[in-house]
Design a protein around this ligand. Structure first.
Ligand SMILES: [Zn+2]
Ligand SMILES: [Zn+2]
Length: 75
């Protein structure tokens, strides 16, 4: 009986790797060459980009100022 080896195939190129890199976006196992989302055309990469883009678009949270007490508008 052979011991269960931790040989995992990179799901992108099929290369067998002992310690595969797991993509945090698509949860796939990849070799060292394709561990980066850009290198394996990660299907969930857009999500991370989208979120970062959203942050840039709205750097400040939209909150209505609540200061009716301090409001002093002369007529
Ligand atoms: Zn690979
Ligand atoms: Zn991925």
């Amino acid at each position: 009986m052979e011991e269960n080896k931790e040989l995992v195939k990179c799901i992108f190129c099929g290369k067998e790797v002992y310690l595969p890199f797991k993509c945090q976006f698509c949860d796939g196992s990849y070799c060292i060459d394709h561990r980066l989302p850009e290198n394996h055309k990660c299907k969930n990469l857009w999500k991370s980009k989208e979120s970062s883009k959203e942050r840039k678009n709205s750097p400040q949270p939209v909150t209505s100022p609540v200061g009716d007490d301090d409001e002093s508008s002369p007529l």
